[in-house]
Design a protein around this ligand. Structure first.
Ligand SMILES: Nc1ncnc2c1ncn2[C@@H]1O[C@H](COP(=O)(O)OP(=O)(O)O)[C@@H](O)[C@H]1O
Ligand SMILES: [Mg+2]
Length: 326
């Protein structure tokens, strides 16, 4: 996809949806969700969030990239862990089993980056109950991948917890926690292998699980997407590590960096900067690059001028077919 095509779509993005015939809408930061008798219709929009805030501008094709990246990895890991996907009736839409979300996010880290690095740099040697060796550098590989669970705090910001705290603070039993943790590690191992095949390093990522009405646990939300994961290019990784240079990232990290350079990191009183069109197009390029690199597939943009209408029609058609079948 060339830059001209992205620029032409700056005014044809999907900021939000309001499909009243599809049931009650729940508006997340990035997805609009409609519930219909036990199924969720998850529409991934072109909204972008950073530091827990939704930015005012959209990113062309971002919803499609996220949804298709997740669909690719849900499919590629379904032999390891059951997931919520029922169907993908449109590039921006996943129909999923409606679950009760487990109130713990399972963050898995293979390398020391982001928030974990900042804590370590400031002296912490214990992270969610894991003891870390001295002398690690930013981006360095950890002795083995670790799970650093978070729970939602009152404020909305996620809070690091230990396994014991996660179990004590939620209604999740120890045996269930351990099963989900082992699933998270198995998914991370698969993601690491798949990334390596494409010349990438899966640095860290986050998994969410939910319970279906019949009591089974499944992987929900998204998997190995640029919003939920960090990737580095393998090429040059060692050299950059040795020289103390930042890694070449494929993720949302560079948007966070741009925002910080413009005085915003989600703190009270800070004004959210406006993303210039040129930067919006660059973000699209980076998201598409990530999709193409991790999946090894060419991105085929759905370049309808009114994505909201296209998606509504596709979902209506899907719902219609389902009704006819039953
Ligand atoms: N199968 C599912 N069942 C129930 N909830 C789900 C399922 N898949 C995803 N979710 C939830 O739907 C929301 C997805 O929208 P998103 O924009 O990512 O929201 P958030 O702002 O909470 O991150 C998330 O809160 C996620 O936990
Ligand atoms: Mg989310």
């Amino acid at each position: 996809m060339d830059r001209q095509q992205i620029l032409r779509h700056l005014d044809h993005t999907l900021p939000s949806t309001d499909y009243q015939d599809l049931g009650t809408r729940y508006k997340g930061k990035v997805r609009d969700t409609y519930e219909q008798n036990g199924r969720l219709i998850l529409v991934t929009t072109d909204r972008i969030s950073a530091f827990d805030h939704v930015l005012s501008q959209t990113i062309p094709f971002k919803g499609q990239v996220l949804n298709q990246t997740a669909a690719y990895f849900f499919n590629a890991t379904s032999d390891l862990v059951p997931n919520h996907v029922i169907d993908v009736p449109d590039p921006n839409v996943t129909v999923a089993k409606a679950c009760t979300p487990v109130p713990i996010e399972f963050v898995v880290r293979g390398h020391l980056a982001g928030h974990a690095w900042r804590e370590y740099r400031d002296g912490a040697r214990s992270l969610c109950g894991h003891t870390l060796p001295d002398g690690l550098r930013e981006s360095e590989k950890l002795p083995e991948p670790i799970v650093t669970p978070t729970t939602k705090a009152e404020e909305g910001h996620d809070q690091d917890v230990t396994r014991e705290e996660a179990i004590a603070n939620t209604d999740i039993e120890a045996s269930t926690y351990d099963q989900l943790r082992d699933w998270a590690l198995a998914l991370f191992e698969r993601g690491t292998e798949m990334a390596a095949e494409q010349g990438l390093i899966l640095v860290d990522t986050k998994y969410e699980f939910g319970r279906t009405p019949d009591g089974n646990y499944v992987l929900i939300d998204e998997i190995h997407t640029p919003d939920s994961s960090r990737y580095y290019y393998r090429d040059g990784y060692e050299e950059r590590l040795e020289q103390g240079l930042p890694q070449q990232q494929l993720s949302k990290e560079f948007v966070r960096e741009w925002l910080m350079d413009h005085g915003f990191q989600g703190r009270e009183g800070e004004e959210m900067p406006t993303l210039p069109d040129d930067f919006r197009a660059t973000v699209t390029e980076r998201y598409v690059e990530l999709y193409e690199t991790v999946t090894g597939q060419e991105f085929e943009p759905d370049d309808h001028t009114e994505p909201g209408k296209r998606i509504h029609a596709a979902v209506q058609k899907y719902v219609q077919r389902q009704t006819e079948r039953t």
